[in-house]
Structures are given as C-alpha cells and as structure tokens.
Ligand binder design. Structure first.
Ligand SMILES: NC(=O)c1ccc[n+]([C@@H]2O[C@H](COP(=O)([O-])OP(=O)(O)OC[C@H]3O[C@@H](n4cnc5c(N)ncnc54)[C@H](O)[C@@H]3O)[C@@H](O)[C@H]2O)c1
Length: 274
C-alpha cells in the first residue's frame, strides 16, 4: 500500500487526506506538514493524531517513512523542498507546477531525481492531454500550442495585469479577450493561472513559444480551458468546462481529483496514456 506524506494541508490537501482516510484509494496517510496551522491540520490532529505525523515544519517530511510526498502547497514550496525530498529518497507528486517553470529549477530537480533514482510525477491537474502533447512533440514536431482560458469576471478581477490594462467590468455584457501573449507573460499578469499555463508549456514547446489568451465572459458559469495544438501529427483541440468543488469555489474539482488519481495510480503496474 502506498505510504503518503502531504506537503501542504489546505483545500486540496484536506480533500486528498479525507479520501485516503476514508479508504477511497489504496494508500496510507503517514505524515502531513503545513507552515500554517490550518483547519485541516487541526481536524487531522484531532481525528488521526495518533496515526498521522503532523508537523508545522515541512522539512520533517524528509525523515518520514513515506514512499511518495504529494505537494499541494505553493510554487515556492516546490523550489524549497522538492530537491531535498527527492534526495531523502521520496518520490514526488507535484501539483504546484508553476514552481517548475524556471528552467534551472526544473533541471535541478530532474538531475536530483536521476541521482537519487526517484520519480517526480506532474499530474494534469486542471488541464488535459499533456501526454498527447508530449507524444506529438517527442521528435520536435509540434509547431503551435495555444491555451485559451475563459473565466467569469469575478475570477479575474484583481489580477496584476489589470493594473496597467484596466477593464470597465460594469460595462461588460459579452465575452472579451483581456490578454494575449505567451506563458511567461500570462503567469506574471495572471498568477492564479500559473499551474495550467506552466503545465502546458512544460509538456510542449516551452513558455516563450506557448501562446495564451485569457477571456472574460460575464455569462459563463464554469471555467473553460481550450487547448489547441498543431504539428506533424495533425491537430488537437481539447476543451474543459470546469466546475469548482462545492466547498472551495476558488479551485477546479478536477484538480483535486487529479491529485487523488495520481496517488491511486502510483503503484499500478499498468499505466495509461503514454
Ligand atoms: N496543477 C493544477 O492544475 C492545480 C490546480 C489547482 C491548484 N493547484 C495548486 O495546488 C496547490 C494547493 O492548492 P489548494 O487549493 O489546496 O491551496 P490552499 O491555499 O487551500 O492550500 C495551500 C496550503 O499550503 C500551505 N503552504 C504554503 N506554502 C507552504 C510551504 N512552503 N510549505 C508547506 N505548506 C505551505 C498553506 O499554508 C496552505 O495551507 C497550490 O499551489 C495551487 O496553486 C494546482
């Protein structure tokens, strides 16, 4: 049975912890660490404090007896903890994929994983078709990748992009493109889109070459991601219309399911989608 440690115990961490503790997947929750004393940490301590090592110091996960650490914290936690965790013999599942967008961080982790003979798994999270994009590009044959994200204005307001590019939200009656650029620029202007944009860039042709459009739609009730890829293989168009989790309107339910699915698949001998 997969022995799991959690790095981050916020919304997604708690969702995964509950699913494991309820026996939804073949895994054992051994340790959980968060820099803050979250509600989830308090609940875990109260209900499973005897079985799960709970800590406010994420570096303690390095000594925990776990097979794999699921990172559900923050891109900065990836930069800080990923290499030491791998060096201490843990496999990693990383959800804050934005933490790997800097090439030096990505290659540093890759080298550490090779040295330590460990695996690092980047689930698809809130996006899809990443393995298809990788396969299409294995010989460098992908020529164009575009991610178009459409959100309700309330999910976009306050993004740094609008400081220099203000939008009259009250006057908005139909969908409008509020940003067009590459992944690098999109991440700066819309940090809440960082994981999806980073995942698409890392799977395909990189953050400078991957095009991003962000649209605001006053009528939309779900977040839409459309991934368009062209190359020697032909053409891919994938569309996701994502609902939030009822208990966490900020985040797509699919992302939490994807994290849980990565744990569920971790020890399975037959892996799909390559
Ligand atoms: N890959 C995807 O598609 C996808 C989708 C949604 C969210 N995410 C990412 O997953 C992560 C978790 O999401 P969430 O909704 O649970 O967020 P959340 O804010 O509810 O929880 C994050 C928790 O991590 C803790 N934390 C922050 N920095 C830490 C550190 N350095 N060490 C240990 N703990 C730390 C916080 O105290 C918080 O309790 C976020 O980084 C988010 O951006 C990825």
């Amino acid at each position: 049975m997969t022995r799991v440690g959690l790095l981050g115990c916020g919304n997604m961490g708690m969702f995964v912890a509950e699913a494991i503790l309820q026996g939804e997947v073949e895994a054992e929750l051994v340790a959980a660490a968060d820099v803050a004393e979250t509600e989830a940490m308090r609940e875990l301590a109260a209900t499973h404090g005897a079985d799960v090592q709970i800590s406010r110091d994420p570096s303690e996960l390095r000594a925990a007896d776990v097979d794999v650490v699921l990172e559900v914290a923050h891109p900065s936690a990836v930069e800080e903890h990923a290499v030491p965790l791998v060096e201490s013999g843990k496999d990693l599942i990383i959800m804050s994929i934005g933490g790997l967008i800097e090439e030096s961080t990505f290659t540093g982790l890759e080298k550490a994983a090779i040295r330590a003979d460990r695996r690092v798994i980047l689930p698809a999270g809130s996006i899809t078709a990443l393995r298809t994009v990788q396969a299409a590009n294995v010989l460098g044959g992908v020529s164009r990748v575009q991610l178009t994200t459409t959100k309700a204005p309330r999910s976009l307001k306050g993004a740094p992009h609008f400081v220099d590019n203000p939008v009259d939200w009250a006057a908005l009656t139909e969908p409008v493109c509020v940003f067009s650029g590459n992944v690098r620029e999109a991440i700066k202007g819309f940090p809440q889109n960082v994981n999806v944009a980073a995942a698409v860039a890392l799977a395909g042709i990189g953050s400078s070459e991957t095009a991003v459009e962000i649209h605001a739609d006053p009528e939309i009730s779900r977040t839409r991601h459309v991934l368009h890829v062209e190359g020697e293989f032909g053409e891919l168009q994938a569309e996701l219309n994502l609902l939030p989790r009822p208990d966490n309107p900020r985040s797509a339910y699919l992302a939490a399911l994807s994290a849980l699915s990565a744990i569920d698949k971790y020890e399975r001998p037959i892996q799909m989608g390559y």
